[in-house]
Design a protein around this ligand. Structure first.
Ligand SMILES: Cc1cc2nc3c(=O)[nH]c(=O)nc-3n(C[C@H](O)[C@H](O)[C@H](O)COP(=O)(O)OP(=O)(O)OC[C@H]3O[C@@H](n4cnc5c(N)ncnc54)[C@H](O)[C@@H]3O)c2cc1C
Ligand code: FES
Length: 287
């Protein structure tokens, strides 16, 4: 049985990208911890009780999954796992509103609460292309590490927002204002990449309008796509219904969905629930 209490983790590394985005790495005990609540037996090898801990280590992780990051007294928010190494877990945070800004300002040595990982991640196909927009790069970063030969199309508004360019020097970069890489959007280059018959899968995360375009281009080219979505989340465990999209719970049925399936969903790129449960319209058209 999994235990969904947040566990406090110490930040051991912090990398800043420009003014907006930060990667935080938390230390991680991958071995089952001993607990003060574990039953004490004079004959441990013959104990009928399994060791019990209220804070077990995180379960195994699939690229595309996310964790809930908790700042006690402030709030709790979902963030994609952007890197997982033995004993370490990284999230990458863009300063968007008050909570993300406070988490991004956390320093090495301070602690945050973590629970998860949650959701369905990507299923793996090495003959792939990866398309990322903005901080969506965080969700696909473990795939880029796993498939270093895959073409990566990464778009940002402007040079100052670029991230992970040292970690992934082979990314093809697009900026909306032309201040770095190529002028335009990553989807401008996707049709040419899809004409390569070796590409069997496109992975994508970013603004939903971009994701809808990726899904449509893949459908036209007859190439499968897997798309990671964001919705406002509260429980992250499929209970509260806050993250619903056409009857799907993004936290439990996603956040990674088949692109062709999303093109059947009328809320995709069109609307989402805000934290008070009101519909907020996104920039795209109803599918
Ligand atoms: C599965 C999942 C993974 C995520 N991974 C990351 C990640 O790796 N890195 C990262 O920086 N963020 C990620 N997010 C977003 C993150 O959880 C927060 O929503 C974000 O940091 C804003 O939180 P805030 O409280 O600071 O801002 P808020 O006050 O909630 O919002 C600030 C502004 O952003 C808008 N906004 C908030 N959420 C959304 C949304 N989902 N879609 C469109 N507009 C929105 C609000 O309307 C408001 O205008 C993820 C979200 C989900 C659901
Ligand atoms: S956040 Fe509660 S059901 Fe998804």
């Amino acid at each position: 049985m999994r235990n969904d209490l947040p566990r406090m983790r110490t930040i051991v590394e912090r990398v800043e990208y420009g003014d907006t985005t930060v990667s935080l790495t938390m230390e991680f005990d991958d071995t089952p911890p001993s607990s003060p609540l574990a039953p004490i037996s004079p004959f441990p090898p013959f104990s009928p009780f399994p060791p019990f801990s209220p804070f077990p280590p995180l379960p195994p992780f699939t690229p595309g999954q996310f964790v809930m990051v908790w700042l006690p007294g402030v709030d709790e928010k979902p963030f994609s796992v952007s890197r997982r190494q033995p004993g370490r877990l990284e999230v990458t945070i863009k300063r968007l509103g008050p909570v993300s800004a406070q988490i991004a300002d956390m320093k090495v040595g301070q602690q945050v609460g973590l629970r998860g990982p949650y959701g369905r991640g990507f299923t793996l196909e090495e003959n792939c292309c990866i398309v990322a927009g903005g901080v969506g790069l965080a969700a696909v970063a473990p795939l880029i590490e796993m498939f270093p030969q895959a073409p990566v199309l990464y778009g940002e508004d402007t040079r100052g927002n670029l991230m992970m360019t040292d970690r992934f020097p082979n990314m093809r970069i697009f900026t909306r204002d032309g201040s770095a890489g190529e002028l335009g959007f990553p989807t401008d280059a996707l049709p040419a990449v899809l004409s390569d018959p070796r590409i069997r899968m496109v992975y994508s995360c970013g603004p939903e309008v971009m994701l809808a375009k990726v899904a449509r281009l893949c459908r036209e080219a007859g190439v499968a796509s897997q798309i990671s979505l964001e919705r406002y989340m509260k429980c992250a465990m499929g209970v509260c219904g806050q993250c619903t999209m056409d009857g799907l719970r993004v936290c439990a049925d996603g956040p990674v969905f088949d692109g062709a399936q999303l093109l059947q969903a009328t809320d995709f790129a069109f609307r989402r629930l805000d934290k008070s449960g009101s519909w907020v319209h996104l920039d795209g058209e109803r599918q």
